[in-house]
Design a protein around this ligand. Structure first.
Ligand code: ASP
Length: 290
């Protein structure tokens, strides 16, 4: 029985910050997610569940932990992709919805479009009965503990999974970069940039979104594997080199169809956790790649 699950809580980790709470949270999630996969739950369901948990914890710059944009409001991005059929759903600059990843799931399940933005995304999420935020000022309080409000500060959450039927899925959700301009959309909701899943690999990225868009990072992992026969680990390292060429830092998590895992980063650290049928749960922030 082959399965694998990897989670990230963003590559904006700053040395000197205490991530004890995040590590404990990731530890609980990776173990619970492992049980779900062993139980036969689908990769898509486990990825969506894990990201909603990461969003609602307030411990990362996504969902409840999101930081405000330059005018003080909160616009969030998220996307979800199912490998076997490349069904995908994304929301960009969505406001007033507690779980952007559930909103992305609504778009995916509806199937007519891949991405909804702004008021349209919000309308679709509301119509589907998703929980709303009535008082954003009161709801989004946790970002204060994430550090300084300079634009280099950022964070995101993501998950990739391979289930016991051999299906891959990926998802990503973010509050974006601190102090971003109103209407700015990063890589997170862009299929092929921040998120990708096909029958070769599932990828979720985190980092300075503009560089990830410019290099189509998530899709590029798959392209290198499929066109050049590059193994997963090398492909993920190569795409991060491309990101660096465009002054980007960050990281990504990826699982291939054989259950191999890669989770490299070129920033100071990346909150991450992984488990597979051949590897017990691991949780890391600054420690080197496994
Ligand atoms: N990639 C996200 C964005 O640019 C931020 C991050 O991952 O930290 O919106």
């Amino acid at each position: 029985m082959t399965y694998a699950l990897v989670l990230h809580g963003g590559a904006g980790a700053r040395p000197g910050t205490d991530y004890t709470k995040q590590k404990a949270h990731l530890d609980g999630l990776i173990t619970a997610g492992q049980a779900k996969l062993i139980d036969g739950q689908s990769a898509l369901d486990v990825v969506t569940w894990a990201i909603e948990e990461l969003e609602s914890s307030g411990l990362y710059v996504a969902g409840k932990g999101s930081a405000p944009h330059s005018l003080g409001g909160f616009e969030l991005d998220a996307s979800l992709m199912h490998g076997p059929n490349r069904r995908a759903g994304a929301v960009a600059a969505i406001e007033g919805i507690q779980s952007p990843i559930r909103a992305a799931q609504v778009v995916l399940n509806d199937g007519r479009h891949v991405m909804l933005a702004g008021a349209g995304a919000q309308h679709a999420a509301k119509s589907a009965g998703l929980a709303q935020i009535n008082d954003p000022e009161a709801y989004y309080t946790e970002h204060v503990s994430h550090g300084s409000a300079d634009s280099a500060n950022h964070g995101t959450v993501g998950a990739v999974a391979l289930d016991i039927r051999g299906e891959l899925a990926a998802g990503t959700s973010t509050g974006g970069t601190f102090g971003k301009l109103v209407g700015r959309v990063g890589d997170t909701p862009i299929i092929g940039a921040g998120t990708w899943a096909d029958d070769t690999v599932a990828v979720s990225c985190t980092g300075l979104g503009e560089a990830f868009i410019r290099t189509a990072t998530a899709y590029d992992v798959s392209a290198r594997m499929r066109y050049a026969g590059t193994p997963l680990k090398q492909a993920t390292l190569q795409v991060l080199d491309e990101v660096a060429k465009f002054d980007g830092d960050g990281g990504l998590i990826a699982i291939d169809a054989q259950g191999n895992i890669s989770m490299p980063y070129n920033s100071d650290g990346m909150k991450r956790a992984a488990v597979s049928d051949t590897m017990p749960p691991v949780v890391r922030v600054f420690e080197p790649e496994i």
